[in-house]
Ligand binder design. Structure first.
Ligand code: GLN
Ligand code: ZN
Length: 779
């Protein structure tokens, strides 16, 4: 009778991103299917052995995936859209990758925003963020009368594979209700609103069959993930969950089901979850510490509670003593065999191993724990609960010392930053005069034609740009030579923009590795790792900066590049910055103060840069907030609070300038309907958005809201390699003109052009300028 440890899921990309290497070699034709499967099996074996070795009792299997676990689930139940020409039978590797990437491969944008290329061939399934993480899943596509069948035995195969290696695993399956809620229903009716959840009855027999097969294979516990329980659900959806688990427990009585939700509180779904006929319930006690008392009050005695006490999706070392204080009474009351310890969610979202970060700042490193370290923490906690705290005294003391140090370290706590953030007043977040007056002053200064043309900021990051940056980073290229190279690239881009007749120019962002990292590297309060990769989707991994302390800007970050670019032209050169919410969203963020407070500190640092750009002469400054929408909380009830601080942060960043300085912002891949009031409240003078693929339908929200300021709806879909003709762009402009006043409109692409080639960009932008000129004639 002991407290045991579970992992929920482990990083699947493997050491040194080995899965990425293998996948890309396979897609490039350099590694055959067998070679890929062999490497995948090696990575699974490594992960299982490692977790077992670290003291995990419930080692997960089937958490590994060649691309995505939601796609795996679609493959398991035969949810293959008709377009792929599949006629039944097992889903093989070519079909699997066709659904994942389309038959032409995927085009990556920033931070995993990726879109299927549309040229020819089959498109990939749509990709969407997994709850509020930066991981992307492939949305299953279901038809109204969708039939399901067991078409992949991966979950059973993986269980048996581990068993053959002497490791008895707890298989992980994405639950049927969450699977259906994440699915898109493709209807013949264009406004099709048929509910994928109505397919539950046909789906359940497949899940029942999976559980029966796992029972035959000898499985004991099975982890079924239903993170939809962290969302707002209807009574009907809750009833369907009860029906589903009634049916599944009945179908496989020998299997013990551990039901897992994470990323937020069960909230009003807790009574449903705690009363399901399952054997165990996972609680995310990092995001929802309040769920513990509530669950204890509701749970029958026999229900095993799995306590997610260590943050599975952030990088901080846990306060082990505080956790023990909380958990010991639960163990005493329920008995050790009714308690499992776990990370708050799958460790898929954490980097693999801190021990390989040899270059990391040693002080900051003391405060961190990656996936491996988190499992070590859980093992220490279990030992303390099973054998008494004295058995792990040294480990508890070390953890306690790190926690205490983090509370007081001057590296983290900068009184000047805190005082400045505390002193922010409403005036700091408001422009001196309203938009209607500012825009007149700005127009007098800028003297732009109607329908002014511009781009979003970046120009192609060619192989030459990337190689030169890499050579410089490795010390093979002197600083001065690197700067010369960047100046030449910038000068070329500026001259070319002028030549094709763009009205507002950009410097091209050649000096930036990444729109967040570039700023993080120049701000106090951030560190960067060498190996802390996390999967964004498929083979794509990101290495988010770690924001560990109070943020401030020691020196200007972009002014020199802006001034150089502006010196080359008489046309306005946009200052180009990443906004506070986007920097926050795409970093690992400290957990010792609220996110909103950290965001305000970043906002003040960005404000300093905005003010310096203005002082240097910039007439237009763009503050990108690509991630504003994806920061929305999972529950509607929490949206207003988030939007209040997020919008305030943008306004703090933007409001240090004079009226005649024009503030732009940019947002990509967004739906705007439900946040249009917040966008209005940002009070930018100009916003550019991604609209080309929606044929301007995304502008409906702006029309309905009577958005007062100026808008650049993207007329060029930059995610596809093709260059649109000017007629196409003219049509899109006409569509935009039906929704908004032409006096409000700018002409620009959907997003930055860094992933494109110059051969694509050159004709596309020339055509765009031609389209704007033609549209002006028609005004
Ligand atoms: N200025 C950035 C660029 O052009 C904006 C990118 C983004 O918002 N995703 O690359
Ligand atoms: Zn964008």
């Amino acid at each position: 009778m002991t407290v045991t440890v579970a992992a929920l899921g482990f990083p699947r990309i493997g050491p040194q991103r080995r899965l990425k290497t293998a996948l890309e070699a396979h897609w490039a034709g350099r590694l055959d299917a067998e070679g890929l499967q062999t490497e995948a099996a090696t990575l699974r074996a490594l992960a299982w052995r490692r977790q077992a070795h670290l003291g995990v009792d419930h080692v997960p299997s089937n958490d590994f995936s060649l691309y995505d676990h939601v796609l795996d689930t679609a493959a398991m139940v035969g949810a293959v859209p008709a377009a792929y020409g599949w006629t039944g039978g097992p889903v093989d590797l070519p079909l699997y990758f066709a659904m994942a990437r389309g038959t032409q491969g995927r085009q990556a944008c920033d931070h995993g925003c990726a879109h299927e290329t549309s040229a020819t061939g089959l498109p990939a399934l749509e990709m969407t963020k997994w709850f509020d993480t930066n991981y992307h899943y492939l949305a299953p596509e279901l038809s109204p009368g969708q039939a399901f069948a067991l078409t992949s035995t991966k979950v059973v195969d993986d269980f048996l594979e581990a068993k053959a290696q002497g490791i008895f695993t707890r298989p992980v399956i994405l639950g049927p209700v969450t699977f259906l809620k994440l699915a898109k229903s493709k209807d013949s009716n264009p406004n099709g609103d048929s509910q994928p959840l109505s397919l539950l009855s046909s789906l359940l027999p497949v899940y029942a069959e999976v559980l029966r097969r796992l029972a035959q294979a000898g499985a004991d516990w099975v982890q079924i993930d239903e993170p939809c329980l962290a969302l707002d659900l209807t009574d009907f959806e809750r009833a369907e969950i009860r029906r589903a688990y009634g049916a599944l427990t009945h179908a496989a009585p020998r299997i013990r089901i551990l039901l897992a939700s994470y990323f937020g509180t069960y909230g009003d779904n807790l009574a449903t979850a705690a009363n399901l006929p399952v054997d165990g319930l996972h609680l995310d006690l990092v995001r929802a510490p309040q769920d513990l008392d509530a669950a204890v009050a509701l749970a029958r005695d026999s229900l095993v509670l799995e306590l997610g006490v260590v943050d599975g999706r952030n990088v901080w070392r846990a306060d082990l003593t505080a956790i023990l204080d909380r958990v010991e009474p639960i163990v005493a009351a329920r008995g050790p065999d009714r308690v499992i310890l776990a990370p708050s969610c799958s460790l898929l979202h954490a980097p693999l191993d801190l021990a390989i970060e040899t270059d990391l700042d040693p002080e900051v490193s003391q405060w961190l724990a990656f996936a491996v370290q988190k499992l070590e923490e859980l093992a220490i906690l279990a030992k303390a609960l099973n054998q008494g705290r004295a058995a792990v005294r040294a480990e508890l003391d070390a953890a306690g010392a790190a926690v205490a140090w983090r509370k007081t370290s001057p590296r983290i706590h900068d009184p000047a930053v805190q005082a400045r953030a505390a002193a922010v007043t409403a005036d700091d977040a408001i422009r001196a005069t309203p938009f209607e007056q500012r825009i007149v002053l700005q127009q007098t200064r800028l003297n732009l034609p109607p329908l002014p043309t511009t781009t979003i900021g970046s120009f192609p990051q060619t192989a030459a740009v990337r190689q030169t940056r890499a050579a410089h980073a490795k010390g093979q290229l002197a600083d001065a030579d690197y700067a010369d190279f960047l100046r030449a690239e910038t000068a070329r881009a500026v001259a070319w923009q002028q030549e094709i007749g763009l009205d507002v120019l950009v410097h091209g962002e050649f000096e930036r590795n990444d729109m967040v990292q570039y700023f993080g590297e120049r701000l106090n309060g951030f560190v960067f790792t060498r190996h802390a990769w996390v999967q964004s989707y498929g083979s794509r991994c990101v290495r988010p900066p770690i924001l560990y302390g109070d943020v401030s800007r020691p020196a200007p970050m972009t002014v020199e590049w802006w001034a150089y670019a502006q010196s080359l032209t008489a046309r306005p050169m946009k200052g180009m910055l990443t906004g506070p919410v986007t920097i926050l969203q795409w970093s690992f963020v400290r957990d010792d103060i609220p996110r909103g407070e950290t965001c305000r500190q970043i906002a003040l640092a960005v404000r300093d840069e905005v003010v310096d750009l203005e002082a240097a002469g910039a007439a237009i400054i763009q503050i990108d907030e690509a991630a504003l929408r994806e920061g929305l909380p999972l529950r509607r009830g929490d949206w207003d609070a988030y939007l209040a601080w997020a919008v305030e942060a943008f306004r703090i960043a933007a409001s240090g300038v004079r009226d005649e300085t024009q503030i732009h912002t940019h947002m990509c891949y967004s739906e705007f309907n439900d946040i249009i009031a917040a966008i209005g409240a940002m009070d930018a003078d100009v916003i550019s958005i991604e609209t080309a693929r929606s044929k301007m339908e995304l502008l409906d929200a702006f029309e309905a809201y009577a958005y007062p300021a100026q808008i650049g709806p993207g007329v060029y879909d930059i995610h596809a390699p093709r260059s649109p003709a000017s007629g196409e762009m003219l049509d899109l402009l006409a569509k935009a003109g039906q929704r908004l006043s032409p006096a409000q409109l700018w002409v620009n692409p959907d997003c930055g052009l860094k992933t494109r080639k110059w051969e694509e960009v050159e004709p596309a932008l020339a055509n765009m300028v031609a389209a704007a000129k033609a549209a002006r004639e028609q005004l």
